[in-house]
Ligand binder design. Structure first.
Ligand code: GLU
Length: 275
C-alpha cells in the first residue's frame, strides 16, 4: 500500500494501533502485521452486509476509509459482527477497536463509550406491507404490533414515547421483516436508510414500503473505547472523505435503487469536536 509513504504510514499505524488498543507500555509496540478490529452490522444491506467473505455497504466504506487514514490497509481489517445490543460491551471489552454500525450517538451510550463523528444523519421511520395504508406515522400505531431491535434507539423511542404500541423485539432488523411478511406484526421501525436497504433486496422487492415520515434524528458515530485516543484522527478522516467526494460517491452507490434520499439539510454532517 502506497509504497512511497510506507514509513510514514507504518509509524502512523503503530501510533494508531497503540491508541486504538489503549496500550502504550513497552512491549506493546505495534508492527506492520497489526490489524484493526472493526464492528459492523452483517445483516443490513447497503450499510453493513456480509456476503460470503465480502463485506459491503456505506458503513463498510466509511470504515475502510477511516482505517486507511489511520494506517490500516483493507487487508489489515478484521470485520466483527456488532448487533445493536452488543455494541457497548464489544467496545468496553476491547473485542473491537471501533464500531461503524448505524450507531447513533446518544448521551446514555456516551456514559459507556466514546464517539467520533457524526458521519451521517438518518431518521427513524416505519416499514409496512405495501398494501397497508392505515399506518402513516407513529401516531397511527395504537393497538398495532411493531417490531424493532433490542438495544436500539428505535425500540427505546417507541417504548418511551408511544406506550400504546405493542413492541416485539428481535436481534436484527432482517428478523423483523420475516414477521412483517407473515403478518405476525404490522410494522418495523428503525432508521429510514436501514429500512430502505432491507426493502430493496431481491427477496423483498414489492412486499414492503417505507412510510417516509421520520420522527427522530439519528447521528451515526464511530464508536470507540473511552480510553481510545484516535477520536480526532477519525474525525479528520471523516472530513477528508466528505471533502474528497468519496463520501457522496459511496452513499449514492449504496442506496442506488432503494428510492432512498438522504436528508440534504442534515447531510453531510460536520464531525463534532472530541470530548
Ligand atoms: N441508529 C439506531 C441505533 O443506533 C438504530 C439502528 C441500529 O439499531 O443500529 O440504535
Amino acid at each position: 500500500m502506497r509504497k512511497s509513504r510506507i514509513s510514514a504510514v507504518a509509524a502512523m499505524a503503530a501510533a494508531a494501533a497503540l491508541a486504538l488498543t489503549g496500550c502504550g507500555g513497552s512491549g506493546d509496540e505495534a508492527g506492520a502485521g497489526d490489524t484493526v478490529k472493526i464492528g459492523i452490522k452483517f445483516d443490513q444491506p447497503g450499510l453493513g452486509f456480509k456476503d460470503g467473505d465480502k463485506f459491503t455497504g456505506f458503513d463498510v466504506d466509511v470504515a475502510k476509509y477511516v482505517a486507511n487514514e489511520l494506517g490500516f490497509a483493507e487487508d489489515k481489517i478484521e470485520w466483527v459482527s456488532a448487533p445493536s445490543a452488543n455494541r457497548e460491551t464489544l467496545l468496553e471489552t476491547n473485542q473491537v477497536d471501533m464500531i461503524l454500525a448505524t450507531y447513533s450517538i446518544t448521551d446514555s451510550r456516551k456514559e459507556r463509550v466514546a464517539f467520533a463523528g457524526p458521519y451521517f444523519v438518518a431518521g427513524q421511520d416505519l416499514l409496512v406491507r405495501t398494501d397497508d395504508s392505515s399506518i402513516t406515522g407513529p401516531d397511527t400505531l395504537k393497538g398495532k404490533k411493531l417490531c424493532s431491535v433490542t438495544g436500539s434507539t428505535s425500540a427505546k423511542k417507541v417504548s418511551d414515547t408511544y406506550p400504546g404500541v405493542a413492541l416485539v423485539e428481535q436481534g436484527g432488523y432482517a428478523d423483523c421483516l420475516g414477521l412483517l411478511e407473515t403478518g405476525g406484526i404490522d410494522a418495523v421501525t428503525t432508521d429510514d436508510i436501514i429500512l430502505a436497504g432491507l426493502a430493496a433486496t431481491e427477496a423483498n422487492k414489492g412486499k414492503f414500503k417505507v412510510v417516509g415520515n421520520t420522527f427522530t434524528e439519528e447521528l451515526y458515530g464511530v464508536g470507540l473505547n473511552k480510553e481510545n485516543t484516535t477520536c480526532e484522527d477519525v474525525n479528520t478522516a471523516i472530513t477528508k472523505m466528505i471533502d474528497s467526494g468519496e463520501w457522496e460517491k459511496s452513499l449514492k452507490a449504496n442506496t442506488e435503487g432503494t428510492g432512498y434520499t438522504p436528508n440534504a439539510k442534515l447531510n453531510p454532517p460536520t464531525p463534532a469536536p472530541c470530548a
